[in-house]
Design a protein around this ligand. Structure first.
Ligand SMILES: [Zn+2]
Length: 267
């Protein structure tokens, strides 16, 4: 069975640019950006390369992980990457879906940030504009038999079908942003990001799953852990081959929901 994958290398014609180019509108005689409202407004209108689409556009700050995964007041350590408004806003529906699935998963359980978000997710689903979204979720709900690993039957419970490719898309995007954050360059042209959720890994053959664990997950977890947003997201990354621009990433949301992302030359 195939695994969900995201190809982010469709940037035909764009050349590899090692550093982000940002320029500010000039022409003011103000001394410092901090004290001058005109300069601070100009700084907001900075123009440069979007880390996602690579186009030179007016830039906004995109937050990693998506802000909605954290309770208010938002933590101050969320990572910011430059994004055009169309890439920033265009991801909001996937981010919303990702947040909803994450906080409803058993694994997120009692994480304090997930508990707070969960009640706002339930309140939000009652809003008229969320009816379509709520209907999709409810239609995906089914009853499953719960068994222990040894096969002991524990009864029935509700579970919901999850669009894994949509979750993977969010993690691929986070990977694009973090690649820029750590490398100060976009993922090179000709490279792709392939994401595996824990559930997606279960769909792979055992030897393939073992290979990913042995070749990527275990070596990456030997590297320093980066924690962002009061433990909402933790991640590790490492080089995975002689190709210095190829990196593997392991993510953990709410300290338990795991993903693996591989950035490597497209076949
Ligand atoms: Zn963009």
């Amino acid at each position: 069975m195939g695994h969900p994958s995201i190809n982010t290398s469709r940037r035909a014609g764009a050349s590899y640019i090692p550093r982000i180019r940002v320029r500010y509108f000039t022409g003011s005689s103000c001394d410092t950006k901090k004290s001058c409202p005109i300069l601070s407004e100009m700084a907001k209108r900075r123009v440069g390369e979007c880390v996602y689409c690579g186009k030179s556009r007016r830039l906004t700050d995109d937050h990693i992980p998506p802000k909605g995964l954290c309770n208010k007041p938002r933590p101050s350590d969320l990572i910011k990457v430059p994004s055009c408004s169309s890439c920033n806003n265009g991801a909001s529906r996937d981010d919303e879906y990702f947040k909803t699935v994450m906080v409803l998963k058993d694994e997120a359980g009692s994480h304090p940030e997930a508990v707070g978000i969960r009640s706002s997710v339930f309140r939000g689903l009652q809003m008229p504009e969320k009816i379509g979204f709520a209907r999709d979720l409810v239609q995906g709900i089914r009853e499953v038999r719960v068994k222990t690993p040894a096969g002991l039957h524990l009864g029935r419970r509700s579970a919901f079908n999850v669009d894994l490719s949509r979750l993977d898309r969010v993690v691929a995007r986070i990977t694009q942003g973090l690649y820029w954050h750590h490398r100060r360059s976009r993922i090179p042209d000709g490279f792709e990001v392939v994401v595996f959720s824990e559930d997606g890994l279960r769909d792979l053959d055992t030897p393939e799953r073992e290979r990913i664990r042995r070749d990527f997950v275990i070596p990456v977890l030997k590297n320093p852990c980066h924690a962002v947003g009061r433990g909402v997201m933790r991640y590790w990354y490492a080089s995975i081959s002689d190709q210095p621009r190829a990196l593997a990433w392991v993510y953990e949301f709410y300290e338990d929901v795991k993903f693996v992302a591989l950035v490597s030359p497209a076949p």
